[in-house]
Design a binder for this molecule. Structure first.
Ligand SMILES: *Cc1c(COP(=O)(O)O)cnc(C)c1O
Length: 587
């Protein structure tokens, strides 16, 4: 699948070892630190947790986000309001003495870093550096540049990206860190390439980079794209780029072909300067190659960090039956032989813990015997949180056939996303209209790490209804799978790879429109999920076992980090004969 049109490079100069610096605008580091908004940050955190568990020589850079991603409140009608969540870096991190500067709108902005030590299961430490511009000497505006994750307008965003990319590279050298591989997690970090080019040229924005300078940088950089929609890629007008980065840098980037339709395109910049790029699921790699046909874009399917997402009752059960799972997740394959009652009992405990939290948070008392569906994620319109309500009468009928149905919702809409906020109101409104002794729908406030773990492990079925092909990967269904919880989902993102019908869950077939896909969703619930849940606990337990055995072994970040290591960081060099064989399997 490596396009012949990709620029050739010498395999001999590729790193085979050495330190990786991982750059991400958001990282879910610790449940007490609101430094992430959703899936991208959680994936970054899970990646680092696995890197620490697997003793990888890796460091990470992100922004401090001092004011935190917002806390969500919902009123009785589902109207969302937002509150800042300031947090205290000194409680979690140590301040580094190093200072670096970046240039923003012609001003010199000083950047410092806070170090968080992420420790793996055998004691290996992955240091995470959180960049901070709230430093004496910076202007009031500049001191706020590292306050808000995805806050403000595109001017604010571009300035943050300068701090992350250029500030991060300079901080790495100020800290004396020798780095062999720079990993850009999404295009937000793409400006790190510019700092590397400038340092290859001996500093300063002036002058033309030679092909050799660019090649030197390309050898060091790898890039992961996460967005299958063109509008989701960061772009900045040339006016903005000129004003904020200076005309030298801006015209330099234009000459290098990083502008598309008159806008600086961060994905293009990252692709131009990377020797390796990937999407986050097989389907997403394919969609990305169609979007950027000039580039070789591989796929490494996402995962989740097992010990972070498997509930305590299921972990204890696994410790008893498959103790080696902690050392090596491939042993989870032996879940295929777990006693049925062991997995049912462990899940029942996780379900009780979830219901206790639901009661505490919302006052709703749920029935532990009833079939319970979960739907929780960032609220974006393409995820279609309202698809289940397309035909309320049909939903009521299914609830009656199931002997009762409970549906738990959660998710934050971005503060500026009015259609997303309207979706939350719609779900809350429907929930109260449909409320009966047989159908209970609860929308839980403030979806975050803790609630995510409770929901993905405690419900009976995880539901996902994205509009294809907008879901690059999705990870919450993987969290469910690691708990043995099957998914009922549209065949998009990871589920194309993870779905074995009736074995790891159920697929909602593609339809020509929302209504047709809603009908398929009801059909699957009515004909497959409900009868099995109602009539046959042993068969249900077997689905839980196969879900854990087949998907728990693969959709975890230990496997994913190994794939990054082998394919991206220190690529395995094939003999020519082997490459012919690889070509035979290309898409
Ligand atoms: C896992 C997770 C997500 C990502 O969910 P998707 O299914 O990938 O959309 C978002 N928010 C939180 C809090 C999570 O734990």
């Amino acid at each position: 699948m490596h396009n012949s049109s990709a620029k050739p490079f010498s395999y001999l100069t590729l790193p085979t070892t050495g330190r990786v610096a991982y750059f991400s605008m958001e990282i879910a580091i610790n449940p007490g630190m609101p430094t992430y908004s959703g899936g991208l940050g959680m994936l970054a955190g899970d990646t680092l947790r696995s890197a620490a568990d697997m003793d990888l020589p890796l460091v990470a850079f992100t922004l401090l986000h001092r004011k935190g991603y917002f806390q969500q409140h919902l009123d009785g009608t589902g109207q969302q309001s937002e509150e800042v969540q300031p947090w205290n870096p000194e409680e979690f991190c140590a301040e580094e003495a190093a200072r670096v500067t970046v240039s923003i709108e012609g001003r010199k902005v000083t950047v410092r870093a806070w170090r968080y030590d992420l420790t793996g299961q055998s004691g290996h430490v992955v240091p995470i550096y959180l960049l901070d511009t709230d430093v004496d000497g910076n202007s009031g505006w500049d001191r706020g540049l590292t306050d808000h994750l995805y806050g403000g307008d595109t001017n604010y965003r571009l300035q943050q990206e300068i701090v992350l990319g250029m500030g991060g590279v300079r901080m790495a050298s100020a800290l004396g860190l020798e780095v062999n591989v720079f990993h850009m997690n999404e295009g937000h970090a793409a400006l790190l390439t510019l700092a590397l080019v400038e340092s290859a040229m001996g500093g300063g924005p002036e002058g033309f980079a030679t092909d050799a300078d660019i090649e030197l940088v390309r050898q060091k950089c790898v890039f992961t794209t996460h967005t299958p929609v063109p509008a989701g890629h960061d772009r900045f007008s040339s006016e903005q780029t000129n004003r904020i980065m200076g005309s030298d840098r801006s015209s330099h980037l234009e000459r290098l072909g990083c502008f598309k339709d008159g806008m600086l395109n961060m994905t293009l910049l990252a692709l131009k300067f990377s020797r390796y790029a990937n999407g986050v699921a097989l389907q997403h790699g394919k969609v990305s190659r169609e979007m950027f046909p000039e580039y070789a874009i591989d796929s490494i399917t996402n995962g989740v960090h097992g010990p972070t997402w498997i509930s305590t009752p299921v972990q204890l059960m696994l410790d008893q039956h498959i103790p080696a799972w902690r050392r090596d997740h491939l042993y989870l394959r032996n879940a295929i032989d777990l006693p049925e009652d062991a997995i049912l009992k462990a899940h029942a405990r996780a379900k009780r813990e979830l219901f206790a939290a639901v009661e505490q948070r919302s006052g709703h008392k749920l029935d532990p015997q009833m079939l319970t569906l979960g739907f929780a994620r960032r609220v974006a319109t393409y995820k279609r949180a309202n698809l289940l309500f397309t035909d309320p009468e049909r939903l009521k009928k299914i609830a009656a056939e199931a002997g009762g149905l409970q549906i738990l919702y959660a998710g934050k809409a971005h503060p500026q996303d009015e259609p997303g906020k309207a979706l939350i109101r719609e779900v809350v409104e429907r929930a109260s209209e449909l409320e009966s002794s047989l159908l209970k729908i609860v929308y839980l406030e403030n979806y975050a790490w803790d609630l995510g773990a409770l929901l993905t492990s405690g419900v009976d079925v995880w539901v996902n209804t994205p509009r294809r092909p907008y879901e690059a990967s999705g990870t919450s269904g993987m969290k469910a799978a690691m708990n043995g919880v099957p998914s009922l989902s549209i065949l998009d993102g990871w589920w194309i790879e993870g779905c074995f019908e009736g074995v790891t869950g159920w697929a909602i077939p593609d339809g020509k429109d929302d209504a047709e896909e809603a009908t398929s969703l009801y059909d699957k619930l009515e004909n497959a999920v409900v009868p099995l849940y109602r009539e046959d606990p042993v068969k249900w337990a077997r689905i839980m076992r196969t879900t854990l055995a087949l998907n728990g072994t693969f959709f975890n970040t230990n496997r994913m980090v190994q794939q990054y290591t082998r394919n991206a960081y220190y690529p395995v060099q094939l003999l020519d004969g082997a490459r012919v064989v690889e070509a035979a399997f290309a898409d």
